[in-house]
Design a protein around this ligand. Structure first.
Ligand SMILES: C[S@@+](CC[C@H](N)C(=O)[O-])C[C@H]1O[C@@H](n2cnc3c(N)ncnc32)[C@H](O)[C@@H]1O
Length: 177
């Protein structure tokens, strides 16, 4: 993902790094263009604290706004982002009960029906500006019905990498309507 960011970031972009984890994508984004605005979120409050520390260590903490929250729940303003980066939990395993605060499981379980990715695709459209782009990683183990999104987004496969029991695919998704 980080390798492809340099081709996708444009001057003055407002970028959302969703599920920032340790902050790697958000931190990388700040190093690629001086005039971009970067916002990074995660559902895991410990990940957000850790990402803030990593941004400080890399001297880019003043360039990233870190927010704790579930997908787009922290955002009121629609049609705001030019680019959304999401390296989601990628295994089709049941979602943990959020009340149990099982943060580690939330890092890899996306729900049996790829619930997180379906919700993400449903909600992200209204938070993207016209022709807004998404960089999304998916696993071949996910069950995503891409036909459902025809006419809403266009999909381009940027790269793929094989691991033991799956392939990870990096998609560029563009808002068309
Ligand atoms: C596979 S990790 C990716 C971390 C990092 N972005 C990277 O590229 O290394 C997925 C991240 O998504 C976060 N996450 C899971 N569900 C989320 C949700 N509903 N809203 C926001 N973040 C979520 C997890 O806590 C985890 O940090």
């Amino acid at each position: 993902m980080a390798d492809y960011l340099k081709h996708e970031i444009r001057s003055k972009d407002i970028i959302l790094d969703l599920g920032t984890g340790c902050g790697i994508q958000a931190i990388t984004a700040t190093t690629l263009k001086d005039d971009v605005r970067v916002i990074a979120t995660d559902i895991n409050p410990i990940a957000v604290k850790n990402a803030v520390k990593n941004a400080k260590l890399n001297n880019v903490n003043e360039r990233i706004e870190f927010i704790h929250g579930d997908l787009f729940q922290p955002f009121l303003k629609k049609e705001y982002f030019n680019l959304i980066i999401f390296n989601p939990p990628y295994l089709p395993l049941p979602l943990p009960d959020q009340k149990k605060q099982d943060w580690i499981s939330l890092a890899w379980a996306q729900g049996i029906g790829s619930d997180i990715i379906q919700r993400f695709l449903l909600e992200s459209n209204s938070y993207l500006k016209e022709n807004g782009r998404i960089l999304l990683i998916i696993s071949t183990l996910s069950n995503i019905d891409f036909k459902r999104w025809e006419g809403t987004y266009s999909f381009e496969r940027l790269s793929e990498r094989a691991f033991f029991f799956e392939k990870l695919i990096l998609l560029k998704i563009t808002k068309v309507r």
